[in-house]
Design a protein around this ligand. Sequence first.
Ligand SMILES: [Ca+2]
Ligand SMILES: [Ca+2]
Length: 214
Amino acid sequence: MSDKVSPQKHQPHIRDLSLIWMRKIMTFIDLQDIDKDGVIGYNDLMLLADRFGKLVKSEKSKNEHIEIHRKRHKILNESSEGPMTFKKQILKYWQLMDDPAIVEQWQKESSGFFKILDSKGNGYLSFDDFIVYWRVLGMDTRFARMQFDYVNTNQDGLITEEEFVKARVEYFTNTDPNNQNQDPLSIEYFPYSFEISLKSCFKLDFRRSEFLTT
Ligand SMILES: [Ca+2]
Ligand SMILES: [Ca+2]
């Protein structure tokens, strides 16, 4: 992350991207692409805003949450020419992580998610709070504990806002290729455990895998 002016980041090619990072982002896109047209679009984000909105108590927080998703849409589509595609969206995420303002926005939206999940409003997520996030996103909750334990870095049984925000932003920004050497079953390693947990959602079809070999 220290090399902010890597030319590869300015004109990236899919084959140059960190493989572990790409797997994370592909998983993420597939998960949030509710209508399964290959990209996270406006409709998907509004559907997600609606799902998360059901957890919100006040109308004000509900509107704030819709705004988070509108901003997400704006960021994903800014300065993009032609229709968005799965490949373009992956490249977009790759470029976005080099923009400190975007990373700050990811921190802000992660705080927004945290506040929605914090059912008691006490600044902590219990495991029961955390699993709601998984249910809303339709993930296989059998693996939620692995991720909870990873995010809960001080192992005190509760996730703070700081822990949650850090882990969520790390998911988008950690490109460390050494991570590929980690045991995929290791609960120490968040992206892999996340990916395993999403295996049922991660249906990489031929159309999508095609471009990865070129
Ligand atoms: Ca979609
Ligand atoms: Ca903790």
